[in-house]
Design a protein around this ligand. Structure first.
Ligand code: MF3
Ligand code: CO
Length: 258
């Protein structure tokens, strides 16, 4: 069952979402060669406390940090560490979720460290554009797999990168992960019809090479099987009668999602 949220519930999720947006933007500005992923995590943890919300990831199934920091061939769920310092030319995905008054938000952005190669710039752009196209499908009357097909069509059909199959987006609300799974691949026109009040965390994970991934011995860090680089962008989006409402950014913001 997909739980539909009331306007009052969506406002709570938007409160969580605005904290996430603010912190991710601060972190994006902190990204530069020499910074450790632990420093980024500590900043997220401090701001989470100051803004009086609760980190959604810390202790979730034993996850040990506030932030996920995934560098280069790491796809998602990289664990912050004081020995891991960013280097010029890296890309880093910052994934962050919080809970406010019982309601969750979840978002991610992949950021260049200094100057990156043209191929990597394209990887980031295509992944962000896939999210933009997916957001545009979050409309009353569309089918769930219209979101999935938009991502895959842009990433694989038009740009020759791969979407990860083993991980997906999700419903979100009073839990960080709710029904349904939001796949990043598939034919359009399948699955439930989207209704007002449904909320999805849509999160394309895009590899430069093949779609396969594996999990490292730390039991969290998910990396590409072929060692190619990977990008990840995510927003929490509500279905409304006025179209998609991106809860993890200011309401008046227009244009590209990140
Ligand atoms: N954005 C990720 C997700 O939707 C973050 C989960 S990390 C975890 O699954 F530690 F909380 F698992
Ligand atoms: Co998510």
């Amino acid at each position: 069952m997909i739980v539909c949220k009331s306007q009052a519930e969506l406002e709570k999720m938007h409160h969580a979402g605005l904290v996430i947006w603010e912190v991710l933007n601060d972190l994006r500005a902190m990204v530069r060669p020499g910074v450790s992923t632990k420093e980024l995590d500590e900043y997220a943890e401090r701001r989470t406390a100051e803004l009086k919300v609760r980190p959604a990831f810390k202790n979730y199934r034993g996850y040990p940090a506030t932030l996920c920091t995934s560098i280069n061939s790491e796809v998602v769920h990289g664990i912050p560490s004081k020995s891991r310092r960013l280097e010029e030319g890296d890309i880093i995905s910052l994934d962050f979720g919080v809970e406010h008054a019982g309601y969750y938000g979840d978002a991610a952005v992949t950021v260049p460290v200094g100057e990156i190669s043209p191929e990597l710039k394209k990887l980031l752009q295509v992944t962000r554009e896939a999210l933009d196209m997916a957001i545009d499908k979050v409309r009353v009357g569309n089918r769930l797999s219209d979101i999935s097909a938009a991502v895959q069509g842009w990433v694989e059909g038009k740009n020759g990168f791969s979407v990860v199959r083993d991980l997906c987006g999700h419903g979100i609300g009073t839990h960080i992960h709710e029904e349904p799974n939001v796949l990043n691949y598939g034919d359009p026109g399948r699955g439930p019809r989207l209704q007002e009040g449904m909320v999805f965390a849509v999160e394309p994970m895009v590899n430069m090479g093949g779609p396969e991934v594996r999990v490292l011995d730390d039991e969290w860090t998910t990396v590409t099987a072929d060692g190619t680089k990977s990008a990840h962008f995510e927003h929490t989006i509500a279905v409304t009668s006025n179209g998609p409402w991106v809860l993890t950014r200011p309401r008046e913001m227009q244009g590209p999602s990140w």
